[in-house]
Design a protein around this ligand. Structure first.
Ligand SMILES: [Zn+2]
Ligand SMILES: [Zn+2]
Length: 133
């Protein structure tokens, strides 16, 4: 998700290009060939969420420069290069991903890459209604 001043500019999720079957339906070539995480990205028909954010922004003519990116996972090295060239100002992610090269690219480009830690407080303080039993 790309955000600018608390406004969502574009969103994306992992998936095959439009009008194409997804890895979830066909089985992913990378998994079928036993390729390790972080390798052989070109064999997968899926686009990463970060790539789809960039594409959605381009399709709709939205500028991502200076936006902040929020991802479920730490961006891979391919997405890192693409996000750096979009001119994003910061990247936040929830789950670490084994890619020190991607980390070093963000560091070299001067873009802060931050792992979000879950809040110790529950996100919602609504009282829980006991269910009748
Ligand atoms: Zn795949
Ligand atoms: Zn990626």
């Amino acid at each position: 998700m790309a955000v600018m001043e608390k406004h969502i500019l574009a969103t994306g999720y992992n998936g095959a290009p439009r009008n194409m079957a997804d890895c979830l339906e066909l089985g992913c070539k990378r998994e079928l060939q036993g390729i390790l995480s972080g390798q052989g990205h070109e064999l997968c028909r899926g686009l990463h969420a970060e790539q789809n954010v960039i594409i959605q922004a381009a399709v709709h003519g939205v500028r991502l420069e200076h936006s902040v990116i929020y991802c479920t996972h730490q961006p891979c090295v391919i997405c890192a290069k693409m996000l750096i060239n979009c001119g994003v100002s910061a990247v936040y992610f929830a789950q670490a991903y084994p890619d020190p090269l991607s980390e070093s690219f963000f560091a070299e480009a001067g873009i802060p890459l931050t792992k979000l830690e879950p809040s110790p407080e529950p996100p919602c303080r609504m009282p829980i209604t006991p269910t009748a039993s």
